[in-house]
Design a protein around this ligand. Structure first.
Ligand code: ATP
Ligand code: LTN
Length: 328
C-alpha cells in the first residue's frame, strides 16, 4: 500500500511563485510515489470575509492552477473541501478536543487577529481544527507545505495524539514535509517578510498569472543586499532569495547557480531570473487557459466522491469511539 499525502491551498487572492515553489511543486513531485489528495480549502477561506462571486470564481481558478502545475487527476484526487461535508463534521469534534489556549497561541491567529482588532471571527480561532480535520480524515502520512504551516502541523499532531489517548487508537499521526529549499520564499519588496497573497504591496509577489512585462518590472525593482558577489548566503536574504527562485526554476545545483553568476553583477542576476520566470510561466499560463470547464467539473466531482468514501469511514469510527449514535 502506498503512503498518503494530503495538502491544500485557499482560493483567496492570487497564487504566487512562493505558493508554487513551497507547496505545489512538491505536490507534483510526490504524487507518483504517494496516494495523493489535493484539496481546494474554500471553508478555510471564509474565516475572513469573502465576496461570494469572487470566491466561487477563485475556487475553480485554483483547481485550474493545480492541474496546470502538473497535478494529474488520473493519479491524484483533486476536490473542493465543501463538497465533502465530513471535513466540517470532524472539525466540530476536534473543536471539542482542542483547548482555547492552544488555539490562541497559534502565530497565524495572533498575526491575523492583531491587524483585525475586534473584527475577528470565531472561525479564525478554530482554523487549525478544520485543517487538522482535513488531514486526519485521510489517515495522512505526509503533509507537503511551506514553512509557515509548520505550527499548524504540530497542533494537528497534538490533537490526533490527544484523541487517540482519550478514545483509543484512531488517527494516524502525520508528518510535515517542508522542503529544505523554497519553503519560505521572501517578498521581493522586503526580504524581512515572506512572499504573501495578502501583502498590500503587489510588487513583493510574482503571481503565477502575471504577464511578462509585470514580472520583468517586479524583478528589476526587487530589493538587494549590500555586497556584490552572487552567492547563497542566509545573511544576505534578498540575494539568497533571488538565487533560490532561480535555482528551483532551473533545476541547477547551488554550485552551478553560483558558477553561472561568478563575476557578474546584480543586474545580470535580475535579467536572467526574469527571463527564467517568464519562460517558466508562459507554458503554465497556456495550460491554465486550455482547461475545459466541463472536464474540470468532472474531475472535481470524481475527486469529491473518492474523498468522501474514505472520509466517511474515518468519521464513522470517530463517532463510534465517542459514543455518538442516532437513528441512522
Ligand atoms: P499567503 O501567506 O501567501 O497569503 P496562504 O498561506 O494563505 O498564503 P495558501 O494558498 O493557503 O496560502 O497556501 C498554499 C501553500 O503555499 C501552503 O503550503 C503555504 O505554506 C505555502 N506558502 C505560502 N507562502 C509561501 C512562501 N512565501 N514561500 C513558500 N511557501 C509558501
Ligand atoms: N492552512 C493552509 C491551507 C490548508 C492545508 C490543509 C494545508 C488547509 N487545510 C491541510 C495542508 C493540509 C495554508 O496554507 N494556509
Amino acid at each position: 500500500m502506498k503512503k498518503r499525502i494530503f495538502s491544500g491551498a485557499q482560493p483567496t487572492g492570487n497564487l504566487h511563485i512562493g505558493n508554487y515553489l513551497g507547496a505545489l511543486k512538491n505536490w507534483v513531485a510526490l504524487q507518483n510515489e504517494y496516494e495523493s489528495f489535493f484539496c481546494i480549502v474554500n471553508l478555510h477561506a471564509v474565516t475572513v470575509a469573502q465576496e461570494p462571486k469572487v470566491l466561487r470564481q477563485k475556487t475553480l481558478d485554483l483547481a485550474r492552477i493545480y492541474l496546470a502545475s502538473g497535478i494529474d487527476p488520473q493519479i491524484s484526487t483533486v476536490y473542493v473541501q465543501s463538497d465533502v461535508s465530513e471535513h466540517s463534521e470532524l472539525a466540530w469534534i476536534l473543536n471539542c478536543v482542542a483547548r482555547i489556549g492552544e488555539l490562541e497561541r497559534m502565530t497565524q491567529f495572533k498575526d491575523k487577529s492583531r491587524v483585525r482588532g475586534e473584527n475577528v471571527s470565531a472561525g479564525l480561532l478554530v482554523y487549525p481544527t478544520l485543517m487538522a480535520s482535513d488531514i486526519l480524515l485521510y489517515k495522512t502520512d505526509l503533509v507537503p507545505v511551506g514553512h509557515d504551516q509548520k505550527q499548524h502541523l504540530e497542533i494537528t499532531r497534538d490533537l490526533a495524539t490527544r484523541f487517540n489517548r482519550d478514545y483509543g487508537e484512531t488517527f494516524k499521526i502525520p508528518d510535515a514535509f517542508i522542503s529544505p529549499t523554497g519553503a519560505k520564499i521572501l517578498s521581493l519588496a522586503d526580504a524581512a517578510k515572506k512572499m504573501s497573497k495578502s501583502d498590500e504591496n503587489l510588487n513583493g509577489s510574482i503571481f503565477l498569472l502575471d504577464d511578462a512585462d509585470i514580472i520583468q518590472k517586479k524583478i528589476k525593482r526587487a530589493v538587494t543586499d549590500s555586497g556584490t558577489n552572487i552567492k547563497f548566503d542566509e545573511s544576505r536574504p534578498a540575494i539568497n532569495n533571488l538565487l533560490t527562485i532561480y535555482q528551483l526554476l532551473t533545476g541547477k545545483t547551488a554550485e552551478e547557480c553560483e558558477a553561472n553568476f561568478a563575476g557578474k553583477g546584480y543586474g545580470n542576476l535580475k535579467s536572467e531570473l526574469a527571463e527564467t520566470v517568464v519562460e517558466f510561466l508562459r507554458p503554465f499560463q497556456e495550460r491554465v487557459k486550455q482547461i475545459d470547464d466541463g472536464e474540470l467539473e468532472k474531475i472535481l466531482k470524481t475527486g469529491a466522491e473518492k474523498a468522501r468514501s474514505i472520509a466517511r469511514e474515518t468519521l464513522k469510527t470517530v463517532y463510534e469511539r465517542m459514543g455518538i449514535v442516532g437513528a441512522r
